[in-house]
Design a protein around this ligand. Structure first.
Ligand SMILES: [Fe+2]
Length: 246
């Protein structure tokens, strides 16, 4: 068994308006089921010969593997997102939300609207850090697929029906409100602090051209605007990522 089950990250009996029975059922049946499926798929993939396996079989197994793996990761994040007082956002986290969404209230409205939109569709509402761009964004992920490569989700809301039907029936709005009341912001902030340490992808470095004079995109633009001839020589310029272009 390659992947191991994680302990339940919240204490279900302490939650406000969400029953322990719902959380325990969710953890055992849905999270546990995804982990079991993931291990079965992993073993199947390890057994088969990649050179002789039909492409459609390999493609299906890899799609199922990514969905099961993502389901386990996001379920662990979901349970770790619960257990606190959702109204008390710590200062650093509040500042980050205000910086990237305008205000905490604006972030909250966006996140709730995104979750509501998923109620008929099923999926995950995620608050995600983008190392490449250096900001937070609300995202949805359906079919358990992580929607943004390289993004680091720090808060997850499960909008699959199994996450709330037992307590809330079809009332997704009441479930979302309960989730928001139980967010463990101190843990979210801890994950945010870890996420911002992740370096963005390195820019392309071409050491072989280190001695070629480089000018910036802005300088080329200024030359063109001024009518300065850009000719008779190879012009290299450097964009914001440090890449050299012809
Ligand atoms: Fe779930």
């Amino acid at each position: 068994m390659k992947y191991r089950i994680a302990p339940l990250f919240c204490r279900p009996w302490t939650l406000n308006g969400i029953s322990a029975r719902l959380i325990e059922s969710h953890y055992e049946n849905n999270y546990g089921g995804a982990l079991h499926r993931l291990n079965a798929l992993t073993e199947e993939l390890e057994r088969l010969d990649p050179e002789t396996t039909p492409a459609h079989v390999l493609g299906r197994l890899k799609r199922e593997e990514s969905a099961a793996l993502n389901s386990t990761l996001l379920h662990e994040l979901y349970f770790a997102s619960l257990g606190g007082d959702g109204r008390a956002v710590p200062e650093a986290m509040a500042a980050a939300l205000a910086r990237d969404f305008g205000s905490v209230a604006r972030w909250r409205k966006e996140f709730i609207a995104l979750a509501r939109a998923l109620a008929d569709d099923q999926g995950w509402a995620l608050l995600t850090w983008l190392p490449r761009d250096g900001w937070l964004i609300n995202l949805s992920a359906t079919d358990h697929r992580q929607s943004i490569a390289g993004g680091i989700p720090i808060l997850a809301l499960d909008m699959y029906e199994h996450a709330y039907h037992l307590d809330f029936g079809a009332n997704a709005t009441a479930y979302i409100a309960s989730f928001m009341r139980n967010i463990e912001w101190a843990a979210v902030q801890g994950r945010y602090e870890d996420a911002v340490k992740v370096e963005p992808p390195r820019p392309l470095v071409q050491k072989q051209f280190a001695d070629v004079p480089a000018i910036s995109v802005e300088e080329v633009t200024a030359m063109l605007a001024a009518g300065t001839p850009v000719q008779r020589q190879i012009i290299w310029f450097t964009d914001q990522t440090g890449s050299h272009h012809l």
